[in-house]
Design a protein around this ligand. Structure first.
Ligand SMILES: Nc1nc2c(c(=O)[nH]1)N[C@H]1C(S)=C(S)[C@@H](COP(=O)(O)O)O[C@H]1N2
Ligand SMILES: [Mo]
Length: 194
């Protein structure tokens, strides 16, 4: 596992190149998100377990992490700084102590992506509100996006409004279109059969 302080080339997964820019990759236009009506919902299957509005969501504990991100289009960016609510803390707040093993993340633009619950645990994923000390820019998923830095960046859904915990792994937007169900950049899990 690559960490901060290591030489940049050792932090670069196979087939990736470094960028200092922050490219925008969206399947469609940037949606307008109104924080006055925004809510964030946690479901187990079809059942709603918890729901927060914008004010309530900001009362949850926040953490910060500085992480490397890797896009399947072959760019990587080192030391990106995010602040938000760790998925671990969301589960505690929702009173879920043994979550179902898979998650489908839902976004306001209709995008979705699937993850293993284990990939969101252990302080490795957050529902981010800030990037580099500022509210996240709309094109980068503001006001609220998922950040799961150890998987390809398509798993870091922008404009999210809910997590749905499931018993089975259900493909999301890109996973239905030929991308890998897990997407580990260190194993080059780009396409379905990688
Ligand atoms: N809701 C939503 N989230 C999304 C996308 C999208 O189209 N819609 N694109 C994904 C892809 S393919 C990538 S690489 C990253 C890009 O994030 P960025 O635009 O902040 O670089 O967002 C991911 N999250
Ligand atoms: Mo991507």
């Amino acid at each position: 596992m690559a960490t901060r302080g290591q030489p940049a080339d050792r932090r670069l997964p196979p087939g990736q190149s470094l960028t200092s820019a922050f490219p925008v990759l969206s399947a469609g236009p940037t949606p307008k998100v109104d924080t006055r009506t925004w809510t964030f919902t946690i479901k187990e299957g079809p059942r709603q377990i918890a729901k927060w509005d914008w004010t309530e969501f900001h009362q949850l504990p926040q953490r910060e992490f500085t992480v490397d991100i890797h896009c399947v289009t072959r760019w990587s960016k080192l030391d990106t700084r995010w602040r938000g609510v760790a998925v671990d803390d969301l589960l505690v707040a929702a009173g879920i102590d043994s979550p179902r093993p898979f998650v489908l993340v839902h976004s306001i633009d209709g995008y979705s992506t699937n993850l293993r619950t284990a990939d969101l645990a252990g302080d490795r994923a957050m529902v981010a509100l800030h990037y580099d000390g500022q509210p996240i820019a709309p094109e980068h998923g503001g006001p609220v996006r998922l950040v799961v830095p150890h998987l390809y960046f398509w798993k870091s859904a922008k404009w999210i409004n809910g997590l749905q915990f499931l018993d089975r792994d259900e493909a999301g937007f890109w996973e239905l279109r030929g991308y890998h169900m897990r997407g580990d950049p260190w194993q080059e899990q780009r396409y379905t059969d990688d």
